[in-house]
Design a protein around this ligand. Structure first.
Ligand code: HAS
Ligand code: CU
Length: 536
């Protein structure tokens, strides 16, 4: 619950900043002089993409660990709390600096734009805190394995382990650039830094970061949704294989965020693009598995016809409907990702609003709608309250509002991006050019549509915040189930190799060395001219 409180507080503040941005971009309001556009954009990105997600994920992993592996031993629980406090001190420090206008560097804190040096210390605390909390998740899982030798490990714990290992390995990149480059540079100990190297280390982390958000949502799809619809997961082994593939292929792909950057040879961009297309496979496997689970369950319940069985799914149950909406949105969202990863098309969309549209569909809809869907049972489960029909109705309205708001906002962003509307930019004079003006005044393709979407999304966010308050304090006392599907097979059918974490970590290391050693060596030996600190 401690994690949930921080998550939802961050959520509501971050969401309101999103409204301000939508209105500023739509030309409907002007910010007061003491509030900067880049400042609120930073608050929005940091609170939603980093703070809300991370705290919610740890709440889910801790609660699910206790549910499937048994109560957490005291020592591990302490470790969890230490992690919570270290992360929270980092979060508070970062928040103060952003509010003071000392860190308006957006959620990617790209060099050479520099924040107050203490901002990087705050980020370090944040990451270290998540490592400690992650160690608690791992200790719980491996403790269970030791005590239950020969038994099949619960799917939830397996997936949580893969997610945390992914996170720890990914963070090594951002930790390296923050500790070795950004801190000395922002404190003035060095007067210039290698920006190309810094961005490369950032994206070594930044891509797996998006899977750190996605995998817990997938966990809910694989472990909780089958139970909610009254069935069993289609295949336990296929699910484990998907998570192993995510662990292996999420990291050596960061260059797909740097395709338009000079200083990286086309060969290494090509290699990492191929690996990016490999990491699409486990998502396609997930689509197959979950669709299979839906069909199997519906047919067992009497569903008929080629698609008629879809009617058997519990469309009116928000615990199903919210994540399902997330899945449906992930179909175009994932297709957009494939477009991004295709070199020639990346040249069209890079640094445009298209990318902002892309991530509001992926993390902002697929992941977040799944997290809302989880909240509707997880919060009452933790607070000892009931999931009432009233709450279900509120949830259904909330989900529809979110999806409709995103349709307008993200849809317009995608199209405007194709026409060249920039991202990360409050205003550019080239939009004053008559041709550009005409483009952005299309029926749907304009900043007003974005703003309308933002207003609908704000209504959805306020309703979600009310639902959170309702679930914590107002709902009638009682019990709500943490849904966990029964294993679809026994231990004998799960290949033992899936539990061979040393092997997977070894392959992860090899893949990273293969994809990064030569280009990084090149960046250091043939370094571009160093960059001084820029403040905005
Ligand atoms: Fe992305 C940029 C490529 C997935 C997030 N991405 C971003 C940024 C963010 C982000 C935040 O290659 C911006 C970063 C910044 O600030 O600069 N992305 C991809 C690819 C995928 C992908 C190939 N992204 C995600 C996910 C994210 C996320 C997931 C967050 C959670 N992305 C890129 C690229 C860029 C990028 C470039 C850089 C752009 C640039 O130039 O700056 C893939 O993982 C997508 C695979 C997914 C699928 C969909 C499978 C469908 C499923 C649903 C099944 C439905 C069911 C329901 C079961 C192929 C699983 C069926 C029921 C019925 C009734 C039909
Ligand atoms: Cu990526």
């Amino acid at each position: 619950m401690a994690h949930i409180y921080v998550a939802f507080f961050a959520f509501i503040v971050g969401a309101l900043m999103g409204l301000l941005q939508g209105l500023v971009r739509g030309g409907m309001i002007e910010l007061p002089s003491w509030l900067g556009y880049y400042q609120i954009l930073t608050v929005h990105g940091v609170l939603l993409a980093l703070v809300f997600t991370t705290y919610f994920i740890f709440a889910f992993l801790f609660a699910g660990g206790s549910r499937t592996l048994g109560a957490m031993p005291d020592g591990i629980r302490k470790l969890g709390w230490i992690g919570f406090w270290v992360t929270t001190i980092g979060t508070l420090m970062a928040a103060v600096l952003i509010l003071a206008g000392e860190a308006s560097v957006l959620y990617t804190f790209y060099a050479p734009l520099a924040a107050h040096p203490l901002y990087y210390v705050a980020l370090t605390l944040f990451v270290v805190g998540t490592w400690i909390a992650g160690a608690a998740v791992l200790a719980h899982y491996f403790g269970w394995k030791k005590a239950n030798k020969g038994q099949k490990t619960p799917l939830f714990g397996f997936m949580a382990t893969a997610t945390i290992i992914l996170w720890i390995v990914a963070c090594l990149g951002v930790a390296t650039t923050v500790l070795l480059q950004m801190i000395p540079w922002s404190f003035g100990l060095t007067d210039s830094m290698n920006v190309l190297l810094s961005r490369t280390l950032f994206w070594y982390f930044g891509h797996p970061l998006v899977y750190f958000w996605l995998l817990p949502a997938y966990m809910a799809w694989y472990v909780c949704i089958p139970k909610i619809i009254g069935g069993k997961l289609f295949s336990d082994s296929l699910a484990r294989l998907a998570f192993v593939l995510f662990l292996l292929f999420s990291i050596p792909v960061g260059f797909h965020h740097q395709l338009m950057e000079s200083g990286v040879s086309e060969f290494w961009k090509f290699v990492q693009t191929v690996l990016t297309f490999v990491v699409i496979v486990p998502s396609l496997m997930t689509a197959f598995s979950i669709f299979g689970t839906f069909e199997q369950t519906s047919r067992l319940q009497g569903g008929r016809g080629a698609l008629g069985w879809l009617g058997k799914l519990p469309w009116n149950d928000v615990r199903f409907f919210a994540p399902m909406m997330g899945m449906l949105i992930f179909i175009p969202a994932g297709a957009g990702g494939i477009i991004n990863a295709s070199y020639q098309m990346n040249a069209v969309i890079h640094n445009t609003l298209w990318v902002v549209g892309h991530f509001h569909l992926t993390v902002g809809s697929t992941v977040v709608l799944t997290f809302f869907g989880i909240s509707y049972w997880l919060i009452p489960h933790l607070t000892g309250r009931k999931f009432t029909p009233f709450l279900n109705r509120l949830g259904m309205v909330q989900t529809w509002l979110w999806a409709i708001g995103m349709f307008f906002m993200s849809g317009a962003m995608h199209l405007m991006g194709l026409l060249g509307a920039p991202r990360r930019t409050a205003y550019t004079t080239y939009q004053d050019h008559p041709t550009a003006m005409a483009w952005f005044e299309g029926m749907f393709t304009n900043y007003i549509t974005v703003a309308i979407g933002a207003v609908i999304l704000t209504a959805a966010a306020l309703l979600m915040f009310y639902n959170f308050i309702y679930m914590v304090w107002l709902a009638p006392k009682g019990e709500t189930e943490f849904p966990v599907s029964e294993p679809s097979s026994d231990a004998s059918t799960t290949p033992a190799i899936f539990e061979n974490w040393k092997l997977w970590i070894g392959i992860v290391a090899l893949l990273i060395l293969f994809a990064y050693t030569i280009p990084v060596y090149d960046m250091i030996v043939n370094a571009p001219p160093g960059s001084p600190v820029f403040n905005n």
